[in-house]
Design a protein around this ligand. Structure first.
Ligand SMILES: [Zn+2]
Length: 345
């Protein structure tokens, strides 16, 4: 059991506003956490993979400071380090209907985004996720079961300062497909917020938009329960491609021509856009550190979310690593705790 609690003595000045061009971003209502966090006890869960349909068991384990988030394929344990997959943007291999990461040795794990979103929301920096198969269990299709698991595992502060990726200037990506443009932009901000819209013409989903300042509380109350969704007419094609084999009304919203097929209906009227926002939180946590930035996204998905991170890290003048806790606790002459752009692109 890992217990390394440092009393939080960080002063709490008002969050500053950040100027972006000629407009001021609203300050977020909460300062970022000062210290890195892990969980204090191991916890296990079993379930089926949405796409593989296979049963898997996953164990969440505490990890040391600066260890980051790693998946360990226990079914490939004889391969040693080759079974370890770092949850980072440059390991994203496939974004067809989910986010899949793969290490240079070819070990992969897919459908990580809802678990990653829960880790982001719970401000977990360091954790080892042991899994005996290639896909994270889908649970109920949302992030709420993972949030519950992490809460049960008693998150705990460590003694190292938490690092953040601070966005210094807008970075955007866009893509055109059959029904128009998709785009996503990261802008400077003092916190992490997302303004996202979706547009599914000629379906019951239509246009939906949601804005959220992501905090543990807002994520839990507004976002975490939103489930993944798919269209009935796509189910056969997905299955022919070996995807969605574990999908059911127990773990997905299924949209038919006349409405939602789930007998209990929706959890929120705009559950679809809230789920896309959930996915965006999870995909962007693959940045390696939490982001201090504001996301504007139109019809984004796993592929574009990853392209946004790749665009960000290809421009070293667009971001820097900061440690707000260290800065707040330092004398003015020691305030320069900003690291150089050290992440490998
Ligand atoms: Zn999703």
């Amino acid at each position: 059991m890992m217990l390394n609690i440092t009393p939080n003595t960080v002063p709490t000045p008002a969050a500053p506003s950040v100027a972006i061009g000629d407009k001021m971003m609203h300050p977020v209502g909460r300062l970022p956490s000062a210290y890195q966090r892990t969980i204090s006890t191991e916890i296990s869960v079993s379930g089926i993979g949405l796409h593989s349909g296979k049963s898997v068991t996953m164990r969440l384990c505490p990890a040391g400071e600066n260890a980051g988030i790693t998946f360990i394929r226990t079914d490939l344990a004889q391969r040693g380090d080759a079974a370890v997959i770092a949850a980072t943007w440059n390991n994203v291999q496939n974004t067809t209907l989910c986010s899949q990461i793969q290490n240079p040795s070819g070990a992969s794990v897919s459908t990580i985004e809802h678990l990653m979103a829960a880790l982001a929301a719970m401000e977990i920096d360091n954790i080892a996720i042991e899994i005996d198969g290639p896909e994270v269990p889908i649970m109920d299709g949302s992030a709420a079961p993972f949030l519950f698991l992490l809460e049960c595992a008693s998150p705990v502060e460590q003694s190292a300062w938490r690092k953040y990726i601070q966005i210094l200037k807008p970075v955007g990506v866009a893509e055109k497909n059959g029904i128009g443009y998709k785009h996503a932009t990261l802008n400077p901000s003092s916190g992490f917020s997302i303004d996202l819209d979706i547009d599914f013409p000629n379906t019951i989903i239509g246009k939906q938009r949601y804005h959220a300042i992501i905090t543990p509380t807002s994520f839990k109350n507004e976002i975490s329960r939103a489930r993944t969704f798919g269209f009935m007419h796509e189910v056969e094609q997905m299955r022919a491609n070996g995807l969605g084999l574990g999908g059911s009304l127990e773990n997905s919203i299924v949209v038919g021509d006349a409405g939602v097929l789930n007998p209990d209906g929706l959890r929120y009227n705009d559950e679809f856009v809230r789920h896309k926002l959930l996915d965006c939180v999870g995909d962007l946590y693959l940045a390696g550190f939490p982001i201090l930035g504001h996301v504007e996204a139109h019809r984004t998905g796993h592929g574009l979310n990853n392209q946004l991170l790749r665009a960000l890290f290809s421009d070293s003048s667009a971001w820097q690593i900061t440690q707000p806790g260290a800065t707040q606790n330092s004398a003015p002459e020691q305030n320069n705790m900003v690291e150089s752009a050290a992440l490998s692109a």
